[in-house]
Design a protein around this ligand. Structure first.
Ligand code: NDP
Length: 319
């Protein structure tokens, strides 16, 4: 909507994130909604003046006394740290960011990590450290089976990109999905079959009461011997102690982990020192102010006009 043809936005938007650049988000939001007052969570403010929140992992109690809150925008895709909190005013809608650029950034990470295994790069890295010319004939892409658990905004995009590389791609979701070239499965009854076929398993599920601990020891053992695991979703989806054991005893060949049960991963955790593990500090994909501010601004306008916001999270479903 053109600035001159829309009503002024009342109330302020509060920002909280320890990881994202406040100035960049403030400027991106105000470029779209010049009359929106932005407040950082650490600045003095009247809680009653806050109508909108743009937040990532705000501490418990952050939303206390924000009695006029009309919209909470999760500054990312995973809403597990927002759903079920007790400091939110009842019924306030929670939305997430669904940004093609965020999906592309995630797909880039997944593609890198998957192709690294599909092309046996860890084997060559180890050979190089030994100063050894160790020829291993490349596998045909279609002979490598990648299973993607979670076919949402991010998972579907990653599955398509993997398929574009000629890999054999299986997908798994709660309800039936259809993605060109991807063999899609759904429901708990098909999970074991999907796992048993995966040379590379990519975890892209939201953390909900149903998915917490889903990849326990028994399910991880269903993966073929030597399989690799890539977790870019949430650490608590996987039994980390079992994962560590299986990486040690060779049942799993390798893991690329962007997320952990506890973050930062504690100093001294055995995963840090394992040659077959690649660790990144939870940054597989991030929200980008310039590309996501538009949809947030649209939702602020919708809510200020009494309309339902887009990309609303279903708290009962947990994602
Ligand atoms: P979506 O909410 O768009 O999609 C979730 C997918 O998981 C859907 O396909 C859904 O099934 C499926 N799913 C949910 N519950 C179950 C279940 N019980 N059994 C089987 N399938 C299930 O999520 P996104 O793709 O946007 O993001 C996925 C996760 O990635 C986020 O929740 C977040 O935790 C993580 N993330 C990590 C980042 C990082 O930097 N490491 C950055 C951004 C996100 P259905 O299709 O039937 O609904």
């Amino acid at each position: 909507m053109h600035a001159s043809s829309r009503p002024a936005v009342s109330g302020a938007m509060i920002f909280y994130s320890e990881f994202d650049d406040y100035a960049a988000w403030r400027d991106a939001m105000q470029a779209r909604l010049p009359d929106l007052r932005m407040v950082h969570g650490s600045e003095a403010h009247d809680p009653a003046s806050i109508h909108y929140a743009l937040a990532w992992k705000a501490p418990q109690g952050f939303f206390d006394r924000m009695k006029n809150l009309r919209l909470i925008v999760n500054l990312g895709a995973g809403v597990d740290s927002l759903v079920g909190r007790e400091d939110l005013p009842a019924g306030v809608p929670i939305t997430r960011i669904t940004d093609p650029n965020m999906a592309r950034m995630m797909a880039g990470y997944v593609l890198f990590a998957t192709l690294r295994y599909a092309r046996d790069i860890p084997y060559f890295e180890a050979a190089q450290r030994r100063g050894e010319w160790a020829y291993r004939h490349p596998r045909s892409p279609e002979d490598v089976c990648v299973a993607v658990l979670g076919l949402g905004e991010l998972g579907a995009c990653a599955a398509q990109e993997l398929r574009r590389q000629g890999l054999t791609v299986l997908g798994w979701s709660r309800s039936p999905r259809s993605i060109d070239g991807v063999e899609c499965h759904s429901g708990m009854e098909s999970l074991d079959t999907v796992l048993s076929r995966a040379d590379i398993l990519v975890v892209m599920l939201p953390l909900t009461p149903q998915t917490r601990g889903l990849l326990d020891r028994e399910r991880l053992q269903r993966l073929p011997r030597g399989a690799a695991l890539i977790n870019v979703a949430r650490g608590a989806l996987v039994d980390q102690a079992a994962l560590t054991d299986l990486l040690r005893n060779g049942h799993l060949g390798g893991a690329t982990l962007d997320v952990f049960e506890r973050e930062p991963l504690p100093i001294g955790d055995p995963l840090w020192a394992m040659d077959n593990v690649l660790i990144t500090p939870h940054l597989a994909s991030v929200a980008i102010p310039a590309s996501a501010a538009g949809q947030i601004a649209d939702n602020v306008l919708r809510v200020s006009q009494g309309l339902e916001p887009a990309n609303r999270v279903d708290p009962a479903r947990g994602y």
